[in-house]
Design a protein around this ligand. Sequence first.
Ligand SMILES: *Cc1c(COP(=O)(O)O)cnc(C)c1O
Length: 451
Amino acid sequence: MSEKNEYPPVGSEITGNTESMAENYNQGSTSDPAILGGSPVRNKPWPAWPEWNQATDEELIMKVMRSGVWSRAGVVEEFEKEWAKLIGSKRCLGVVNGTNALITSLIQLGIGAGDEVIIPPYTFIASVQSIFQAGAIPVFVDVDPETFQIDPDKIEARITSRTRAIMPVHILGLPADMNRIMAIAKKHKLLVVEDACQSWLAEINGKKVGTFGNAGCFSFQNSKNIPMGEGGAIVSDDDEFMDRCYSYHNYGNPFGSAVGEVGSGTVIPGNKLRLTEYQAAIGLAQMARLQEQTTTRNNNADYLKSRIKDIPGILPYVFIPGVTRAAFHLFPFRYKKEQFSGLSREVFLKALQAEGIPCSGGYTPVNRMPYIENIFKSKNFKLMYSEDLLDYNKYMERTNCPLNDQLCREAVWFGQNMLIGDKKDMDDIANAIEKISSNASRIKEKTDKAV
Ligand SMILES: *Cc1c(COP(=O)(O)O)cnc(C)c1O
């Protein structure tokens, strides 16, 4: 959990740390909640992330380092070939990160000034920024709080004459409902760019997410389930689109079908987004364990869900129909404080952490942060859009997502590294939640007094 922006700090309703509180309330019993001075359910560490196995992982990276060929060449090509094969896509292009995989895809699908892109607000900031970077405007569609995903029933009401694309996000590593989203896209002739930056190897009826839309985008940032420090990829079956993506990621220079006139030099507006050979070497090492770790995460998530789903006030994720495998970048549930004697989520998180269970409250609403108003005031956007379309209050009203606001207040996450352990680790999590559940009123009373 080193990536701070993936795990925003939880709000603190308790002043002072839990240790000094423990002194105040120390009653010495192991059945006491750790936040009140009892012994924690767990004092073992959780699996470290990322994993690096010297015996299996170091040979290729050392070969790359000694060769002096560090810029894009054969190892990146091998990584792309293997990733395309694993995802079940014709082509793959490695890029510097997931954010730029999204930006490249949007731009090479022709999305830009004047266009609107439908997106759920329950996502990482990078999804939304990519749309603005392409010069388009994101239009938020509310989530289904049970699945944590975009609600397909709410998409059509937010389609306008300017809508060009949908960006479904398979958030937390759980698939969004691609069959329904693709049907809506087809009906309204919209492009689809899948943000699969948390959803490596997740599937709907055996088909991998990232292969439903016009393009699928992945991230290999350090906290992700296949980490390489920084890195990303675009997958697609469309050769012409992939040639243009390649060209764009390499200064706009000719590639494949994007060749222009013979001798005409650089052919399209470009950027420089190439993956390095040593990143690809790390990626290949990580890819080798992704299948097995994904299976372990699915089995552990399934077991953990079965253990906590009947605790009053704990509502674990529900899959959209047809999910055959998820990625579980995170394990999510909704916390209903009414069934915990009114104990706030913030204190619940601290109580859980005190039991030795790392957890987070997850995202705050990305549609309510200051960057949007600042983008609307920017020189470029003022040239690209009418004053009416840049009316911030009007925009906020027409893209309002009340269920997401509530979800952001209720969500609780466990990180993917906690799911690569064994059943006993899941039991620790479940036992800690049960312990807090049965002591909720006592914790509330004591921590209320401490404020
Ligand atoms: C991580 C992430 C991204 C961006 O990927 P980077 O590699 O960090 O640029 C985009 N969308 C989602 C949902 C992510 O989790």
